[in-house]
Design a protein around this ligand. Structure first.
Ligand code: S3P
Length: 466
């Protein structure tokens, strides 16, 4: 099991190439494989989650040519997938299992999907209900409607569905089924949540009318494959945005980052907390993307996060909690009960881990109250197989009083395979800036950060302490 020893730093001055967006990458192979004709994808995220979607589409007869790790040509099957010979392994990915459930609901065969221990705990009732109403037969082999999930697909009826939760995975499952139903399907969302499926369906020529909270889609129309570029993942950028915004004098440049407004609510939160962030949209293709810049990080102050902004920063809440710990005053996170059913129970995990780092927290059913601005002490914490927990607490560790240990970090590769390299780059930048040293020491620091399993525990007062 990999682990990460993270050394505290006092300076951030970095320019990083953030890998492709996870949500858009999933949809690029799923919709490209379903459409008619070729889809050329560049900027694809070669992470565990997205490769699970890619392999699942291949298992259903989609031919995919690999140009390199981030570029593919998908030969779409014009709406007719092939029955997979074996169960589909969705790994850790809720997006894979839920979106594919909607897709195969309209196909005349049975598909069984399963995942790892974390995915096996995630609720499927939210997709089982509407897809069953549309005419598919769904069975969950796990207790309380948990995976493995078996979908017997076939002819579908359109539906008018009011979603009980603002979940883009649920919305997408219904839209992918609606795409194959005979007539108009309407989905109403209680709050606006990420709209990548709607945008990509439009890009591929679907008959879809996306309103703010109400989306209409007409079934039995042909999708046409199209080239697309996947921008950098805002949710991965978020770790560095918080690090630079909290670090006095912090500087950061991130290029070609996805700036879809249904994803970037973190920017408003950080600006409310006192950060100065420049956002420059440079391309407004089917998805907007551009540059994010922080020129002078510094003291953050606490804020309240809740209500309609929650779905637009749902994946950023662990790192927002870290920002709260580093901010002066109190930060309140509320209306975020969805966090309890993510890759881990992110409310319980974040509250527990913050306490390990010496932060005072009150855990609430739908969030937490964080009393920030006190010194961060080094700690040893475990990811609980949750990639965003591993990364969020690696960032907090940069602000601690001594090296910290983050255990079980293999899961980081599900969404951000180059995170450790970027962490090494940020740490090396700090050392280089402070001591004006040569490249060999910078490389040594990179090796130290990347060096996999370490024998020494956290709080080990070695010479690394600053
Ligand atoms: C995703 C939607 C979100 C998010 C997940 C990716 C997507 O989940 O947490 O990481 O790609 O549609 P919910 O829609 O269930 O909130």
């Amino acid at each position: 099991m990999a682990e990460l020893k993270v050394h505290p730093i006092r300076r951030i001055d970095a320019e990083l190439e953030i890998p492709g967006d996870k949500s858009i990458s999933h949809r690029s192979v799923i919709l490209g494989g379903f459409a008619d004709g070729e889809t050329r994808i560049t900027g694809f995220l070669p992470s565990g989650d997205c490769l699970a979607s890619l392999a699942a589409m291949q298992a259903m007869g989609v031919e995919i040519d690999t140009i390199d790790r981030t570029s593919y040509i998908v030969h779409g099957r014009g709406g007719k997938l092939r029955a997979p010979a074996e169960s589909l392994d969705c790994g850790n990915s809720g997006t894979t299992i839920r979106l594919l459930a909607g897709l195969v609901a309209g196909q005349p065969f049975t598909t069984r999907m399963f995942g790892d221990a974390s995915l096996s705990k995630r609720p499927m009732k939210r997709i089982v209900d509407p897809l069953t109403t549309m005419g598919a037969i769904l069975t969950c082999e796990g207790e309380n409607l948990r995976p493995p999930l078996v979908v017997k697909g076939g002819a579908l009826k359109p539906i008018h569905y009011k979603m009980p939760v603002a979940s883009a995975q649920l919305k997408s499952a219904i839209l992918l089924a609606g795409l194959q139903a005979n007539g108009q399907t309407v989905v109403e969302q209680p709050e606006v949540c990420r709209d990548h499926t709607e945008r990509m369906l439009q890009h591929f020529g679907a008959s879809i009318r996306p309103g703010e909270k109400r989306i209409e889609i007409y079934g039995n129309t042909t999708l046409n494959g199209k080239d697309l570029h996947v921008p950098g993942d805002f949710s991965s950028a978020a770790f560095w945005l918080v690090a630079a915004a909290a670090m006095p004098g912090g500087r950061l440049v991130l290029n070609k980052i996805g700036l879809n407004p249904t994803r970037t609510a973190l920017l408003n939160v950080l600006m409310r907390m006192g950060a100065q962030i420049k956002e420059n949209v440079e391309c407004n293709d089917f998805e907007p993307y551009g540059t994010l810049r922080i020129e002078e990080g510094g003291k953050l102050k606490g804020t309240t996060i809740g209500g309609e902004e929650i779905p637009n920063l749902i994946d950023e809440l662990p790192i927002i909690a870290v920002a709260g710990a580093l901010a002066e005053g109190t930060t309140i996170i509320k209306d975020a009960q969805e966090l309890r059913v993510k890759e881990s129970d992110r409310i319980a995990t974040v509250a527990h881990h913050l306490r390990e780092f010496g932060v005072t927290v009150d855990e609430k059913p739908d969030g937490m109250i964080i009393y920030g601005g006190n010194p961060i002490r080094s700690a040893k914490v475990e990811s609980r197989h949750d990639h965003r927990i591993a990364m969020a607490f690696s960032i907090l560790a940069l602000f601690a009083d001594a090296p910290s240990l983050i255990e079980d970090t293999d899961c980081i590769a599900t969404s951000y395979p180059t995170f450790e390299q970027h962490l090494a780059q940020v740490v090396a930048g700090d050392v280089a800036g402070k001591f004006r040293i040569g490249a060999s020491l910078v490389n040594k620091v990179k090796r130290l950060v990347k060096s996999g399993p370490q024998k020494k525990a956290a709080n080990d007062e070695t010479s690394e302490k600053e």
